[in-house]
Design a protein around this ligand. Structure first.
Ligand code: GTP
Ligand code: MG
Length: 214
């Protein structure tokens, strides 16, 4: 019975996601769903990406958090359009939450819309929002066992950003194992090692994003 309910929720969500997909196609905007555990660096990556892109590319952002507008304020400070969704407890965004805020963004004027999902390594990967692609961020502070223990996010993502590599000297973490395991789960996944603190690796990530929207 529980499985049936879950299946119905996912089916209902999928229908709304298809509607979002059409809205995004009509607006000509590329949509990226950014996912990770709490604190892996999604907003930091977004800030660094916007700083590098915003002279050439029109970026908009939807922020998803259980509560608060901290992340939206960080993005607003960079002068790009942003809407904050508070899920009020839910551990992920769903397609209906996205549909409800689309009128608050100038989506027809945007080249790329980034949706920062609620910090959670499990649930966000299971809900389609109508995005063109999902991207996972994993901080090396989370440990090298995460891809195999939480496989769905890595299987669903087109790219994996391994963040906080500036902390490598202080940690017993095997970054090569993260790479190997992510590839074993998803042979097509594109992997970037970055530091949002030092800027290392970010130019390659930003160049890759630009190839997707050009
Ligand atoms: N040393 C280091 N710290 C980082 C890096 N990237 C982010 N941080 C720090 O990690 C913390 C969390 O970063 P956020 O960007 O807020 O993480 P988030 O994934 O958006 O967090 P939630 O939205 O709460 O899930 C902050 O204190 C950042 O300054 C990095 O590359 N290196
Ligand atoms: Mg954030």
């Amino acid at each position: 019975m529980k499985l049936k309910v879950t299946t119905n929720i996912l089916t209902a969500n999928e229908k709304i996601a298809e509607g979002n997909e059409k809205i995004f196609a009509d607006a000509g905007v590329f949509v990226l769903n950014l996912m990770s555990s709490p604190g892996a660096g999604k907003t930091s990556l977004l800030e660094q990406t916007i700083i590098r892109l915003k002279d050439r590319v029109k970026v908009g952002v939807i922020e998803g958090d259980i509560a608060g507008a901290d992340d939206a304020m960080r993005i607003d400070a960079l002068g790009v359009p942003v809407v904050q969704i508070n899920t009020g407890g839910a551990c992920h965004l769903d397609a209906n939450m996205i549909n409800e805020v689309l009128g608050d963004l100038p989506i027809a004027d945007l080249d790329i819309l980034v949706i920062e999902n609620v910090g959670n390594l499990v649930c966000p990967a299971e809900f389609k929002l109508g995005e063109h692609m999902k991207v996972a961020v994993l901080s090396i502070t989370e440990g090298h066992d995460k891809p195999l223990k939480y496989p769905v996010m890595f299987q669903e993502s087109k790219a994996l950003i391994i963040n906080k590599i500036d902390l490598k000297p202080f940690l017993d973490v095997d970054v090569e194992k993260i790479r190997r395991d992510a590839i074993s789960l998803n042979p097509e996944i594109t992997i970037f090692e970055v530091s949002c603190k030092t800027g290392e690796g970010l130019d390659a990530w930003v160049a890759w994003i630009e190839t997707l929207i050009s």
